[in-house]
Ligand binder design. Structure first.
Ligand code: SF4
Length: 88
């Protein structure tokens, strides 16, 4: 299990203009891994998460926050799959 993206989003939401995030209530869709999930299912889930991001009203704000995330952050964020190895 990995640190849920939504927990980070919840922490940022009030302060960083993230209210209205399209991923709200969709956990664990944007998480890196889900226990017992096959690689194929994970890839399909990440594709669905990216699609949600594509139509998110706060995508621009979310994308701007990427650089402020800890480098170990994992999961789909602003349509990008973060792997815990930095975001650059
Ligand atoms: S862009 Fe994606 S990860 Fe960011 S708030 Fe929107 S749905 Fe969530």
């Amino acid at each position: 299990m990995t640190a849920p993206v939504l927990a980070l989003l919840a922490a940022l939401a009030p302060a960083e203009g993230m209210a209205g995030a399209a991923c709200t209530g969709l956990a664990p869709l944007h998480d890196s891994d889900v226990d017992g999930e096959s690689g194929e299912d994970r890839e399909a889930r990440h594709d669905r998460a990216r699609a949600v991001c594509e139509h998110c009203r706060v995508l621009t704000v979310c994308r701007a926050s990427l650089d402020s995330l800890p480098p170990q952050t994992v999961g789909v964020w602003a349509g990008v799959l973060l792997t815990g190895r930095g975001h650059g």
